[in-house]
Ligand binder design. Structure first.
Ligand code: ADP
Ligand code: NA
Length: 350
């Protein structure tokens, strides 16, 4: 079977928020213990929605600094930015020829991001999941920690791997570059693994503080909708105080959160920050008013986030250091990616 390997990425666009931290970056840190990990600032993804950015290199450094500040160790694992390793784009092109247009058209993130004027979205936005599949599979990664919003893209990644493995099964066997694996009931010699998402815990989908039906997002025009990693204590307290809630107190039973998305979201955030379950939080706060719960949540958020923000600022003050981390990570990632691509070119006959 394939060697266990973790890959994940974050786009260098806009402010990192609590959703990115709880849904992704915090898990990246935890996985270092038991896996080899590759963490990528996906700059090529950030130009799919908007081609021109004010300061893409600065944004890339900021995400890198957030990775390091949160506790990712670039000496033991790999941290780099996507565009440094052109094999990502090369494999994405091949995957564009593996994937079907219908698969891309079904992606809910494309529908959300393209909006009503779909004909005017970039072709890159449509093909985004193909590049994401390449990011993962160019390292033949087996596990991807992500938020719940990426589940569908991971399914598509497995569809691409499956079709490639099937379409080229004879070449893969002939060149002896496959790995024994189960595909459904069948034992096959696959070249790409069927990568599993790692989506778990109480905050896999952090919602907007202004609207419990929308996910907290970098692209939400309302800054009150999200807690940014770089917000100070006053800003965090204010945003939580102003967070939308219904008038009832917190339920006395966790089941009582089911039809109350705003309450469920705040309880989920508290649980994740405190390393507790929702039931633990309800045991402590059930029956209390939001006017009591919100200050406790704000205090906890500041306690957990402020040290990361401070460390991030310290790291950002030395852009030369950050660039060095990316350069070194890029070289190591590039060597691994080239190994995969050498086989891929042989398999296809390029
Ligand atoms: P965004 O979705 O804010 O533009 P990215 O696409 O760069 O951010 O996502 C980076 C990581 O953060 C992904 O693993 C994604 O699933 C996760 N993520 C993004 N938003 C949330 C959220 N609201 N709750 C939980 N995880 C999230
Ligand atoms: Na996202």
């Amino acid at each position: 079977s394939f060697k266990p390997l973790v890959f994940s990425g974050v786009q260098p666009t806009g402010n990192l928020h609590l959703g990115n931290y709880l849904g992704a970056i915090r898990k990246f840190v935890a996985l270092q213990e038991n896996y080899e990990c590759i963490y990528c600032v996906v700059d090529l993804h950030s130009i799919t929605a908007q081609l021109v950015h004010d300061d893409l290199p600065g944004q890339t450094r900021a995400i890198t600094a957030a990775f390091l500040a949160a506790g990712i160790d670039p000496a033991k694992h790999i941290v780099f930015n996507q565009s440094r390793v052109p094999q990502h784009a090369e494999l994405a092109w091949i995957f564009n020829c593996v994937a079907r247009i219908g698969w891309m058209n079904r992606m809910t993130q494309f529908k959300d991001k393209a909006g009503k004027d779909r004909e005017n979205a970039s072709l890159g936005l449509l093909a985004y999941p193909s590049l994401m599949a390449a990011d993962i599979l160019v390292y033949r990664a087996t596990h991807v920690p992500v938020g719940d919003d990426q589940k569908q893209h991971l399914e598509l990644t497995r569809d691409i791997a499956t079709k490639f493995n099937n379409d080229f099964s004879e070449r893969i066997a002939e060149l002896d570059v496959g790995v024994e694996m189960m595909m459904g009931e069948e034992r096959v010699n696959g070249f790409f693994p069927l990568t599993e998402p790692l989506i778990e815990g109480p905050a896999t989908r952090v919602m907007s503080l202004r609207d419990g039906t929308r996910k907290m997002s970098k692209s939400d025009p309302s800054d009150l909708s999200r807690i940014n990693l770089t917000d100070d204590a006053d800003a965090i307290a204010k945003k939580i105080r102003k967070a939308k809630t219904d008038p009832a107190p917190l339920p006395v039973d966790p089941d009582g959160l089911a039809s109350r998305p705003e309450a469920e979201n705040l309880v989920g955030i508290y649980a994740a920050l405190a390393d507790q379950s929702r039931a633990d939080v309800i045991r402590d706060f059930g029956g209390r008013q939001f006017s009591e719960f919100k200050p406790a949540l704000a205090e906890l958020a500041v306690e957990k986030m402020a040290p990361i923000a401070a460390e991030m600022r310290r790291i950002m003050a030395d852009p030369g250091y950050v660039d060095g981390v990316l350069r070194d990570g890029g070289e190591r990632a590039g060597a691994l990616a080239e190994e995969t691509m050498t086989s891929v070119r042989d398999i296809i006959g390029l």
